[in-house]
Design a protein around this ligand. Sequence first.
Ligand code: GDP
Length: 323
Amino acid sequence: MSGDGRRRDGRVVALCGGIGGAKLALGLARVVPADRLTMLVNTGDDFQHLGLHVSPDIDTVTYTLAGRANAETGWGRDGESWRFMAAVRALGGPDWFALGDTDLATKAVRTQRLAEGARLTTVTGEIARALGVGCTILPASDDRIATVLDTDEGRLAFQQYFVARRWQPRVAALAFEGAATARPAPEALAALTDPALEAIVICPSNPWLSIDPMLAVPGIREALRAAAAPVVAVAPLIGGAAVKGPLAKLMGELGLAVSLQAIADHYDDFLNVLIADETDSAVTVAGPATVFAPTLMQSLDDRIALAQRVLAAARDHAAGDAR
Ligand code: GDP
């Protein structure tokens, strides 16, 4: 029994995108028992390619938690071979999106199972278990959600913007096709509304590109607002810069200050604690409680230490609430 009278049993739900989010996911998976950890993963980057259903962020998180990720790229599988890609290229097929031979198997099995009528939630669980992942990996919705960007080069599908054009176009606005009519997956909603939850973690993923597609699914944002557990986010900005990727560029293009305050404001309606990097400790953030800690995850130990810090912040917040 916790100080506020609710029964908390160490269950944790964490929302994340791909490469940045998967780093903290690995730390969480080392400190939270597998049967108590649920990863809610972005599907706004999903697309159809070469006849296959590609779910890049789900696969990145799955491979990372399975210990099978490619450590150099952060995406794709370890020990990969590329004969399929070479054959596609030789046929004059599209080679701008790299699919390694073993990664291809994941995509093909997913596509087959979806064609048989299985839900993305079910298939994601099957693949994770087959690869030896102990915790639960879920999409926020089984329905199609597609991030599209209005840019100075016109409207671009996410992978056109991110991979084909290497996030160089200037972004004026984002939209999540399908989200308004998407239904939250029952498993995702059940995880978020579990009264025994100890913490909801927003990983240091891109808030606009990786977290928003999930928040856009009706019911998900509402569940975060109403959550029994503290919501703790790790800021993806360190020293006013992104560790990797288009976050700072995108924030500027959307007319936002590239600041911790803008991150806190973005999650304003549900965020209890923002974990920001210790090098930013002179920054004052209005709104959530702010905890400064080392947030740059280079080693496995960094990931574990940050996961422990996040859970401690959630416990401290819950204890403070109860006083
Ligand atoms: P993507 O889907 O592959 O783009 O990955 P995510 O959206 O999950 O993560 C991208 C974000 O992670 C970027 O905005 C980075 O700034 C942030 N990021 C990556 N590594 C780290 C890290 O070690 N610490 C922190 N605080 N943020 C990170």
